[in-house]
Write a protein that binds this ligand. Structure first.
Ligand code: 13P
Length: 255
């Protein structure tokens, strides 16, 4: 835990559509040592659905958490191809990523759908990791803060203060995802500070101080230290580098 903020850092690996079951076991084996040493921070992995059970087994005896990458809004029913929060809980997940920009972009997920999914996750007893972030066009049009404000306002609409306090937010500028172009620590901190101020409306002043806001977008071993040094950055949501156990171990062990 950071004495200055009272928040524990969270380093999360979003594997996206990568990893068979044998690869899953190897990826987890490769970060166990780093995670065991990182007693003052939380670590989790988000494998694809088909590898969740394998991951849950490989994680026994570790403190690494298990997340899914998506869920459906309903607990069960005639929704061919979908997965419910209850099923994720059953397989051993404690967390679920909601509203990732790739789902917003390729699967037409709206802020309204994100809101329903947050609700569904909380009902199932999962901690949602709610992703927000602007596109390059929005940033170049000077629209970054209005866009993320709208994502927060519409995504969290109607949630109780206690529910909001249980969320993790991930700020992932779309232009930084998978491009090798990281937001500078100052750009990220500006967005994180704005998000935290906005969260006061939803969770109260002390509630907003307790919510973890992760940064995502080309986080690598060589830029993680500077990002994590920012006062409102409480961890990272890591894509590509989480598929390389040496790189992710170094990210977990950031200074
Ligand atoms: P990269 O780390 O590959 O840029 O991906 C970030 C991301 O989308 C994590 O959810």
């Amino acid at each position: 835990m950071r004495k200055s903020t009272g928040r524990r850092f969270l380093l999360a690996g979003n594997w996206k559509m990568h990893a068979t079951r044998p690869e899953t076991t190897a990826l987890i084996d490769g970060i166990k040592e780093a995670a065991a040493k990182a007693r003052d921070r939380d670590v989790l992995v988000a494998p694809p659905f088909t590898a969740l059970e394998t991951a849950a087994r490989a994680l026994v005896g570790t403190t690494i958490g298990l997340a899914a990458q998506n869920l459906h809004t309903e607990p069960k029913g005639a929704f061919t191809g979908e997965i419910a929060g209850e099923m994720l809980k059953d397989v051993g997940c404690g967390w679920v990523i909601v509203g990732h920009s790739e789902r917003r972009q390729y699967c037409n997920e709206t802020n309204e759908l994100v809101r329903l999914k947050i609700d569904a996750a909380l009902r199932a007893g999962l901690t949602p990791i709610v992703c927000i972030g602007e596109t390059l066009r929005e940033r170049e049009a000077d629209n970054t803060l209005p866009v993320i404000e709208r994502q927060v306002r519409e995504g969290l609409a109607g949630l109780s203060r206690d529910a909001v306090k249980n969320l993790v937010i991930a700020y992932e500028p779309v232009w930084a995802i998978g491009t090798g172009k990281t937001a500078t620590p100052e750009q990220a901190e500006e967005a994180h500070g704005a998000i935290r101020r906005l969260l006061r409306e939803f969770a109260g002043e002390t509630g907003a101080e307790s919510i973890r806001i992760l940064y995502g977008g080309s986080v690598k071993a060589d830029n993680v230290d500077a990002l994590m040094a920012q006062p409102n950055i409480d961890g990272a949501l890591v894509g590509g580098a989480s598929l390389d156990t040496t790189a992710f171990s170094r990210i977990i062990a950031f200074q």
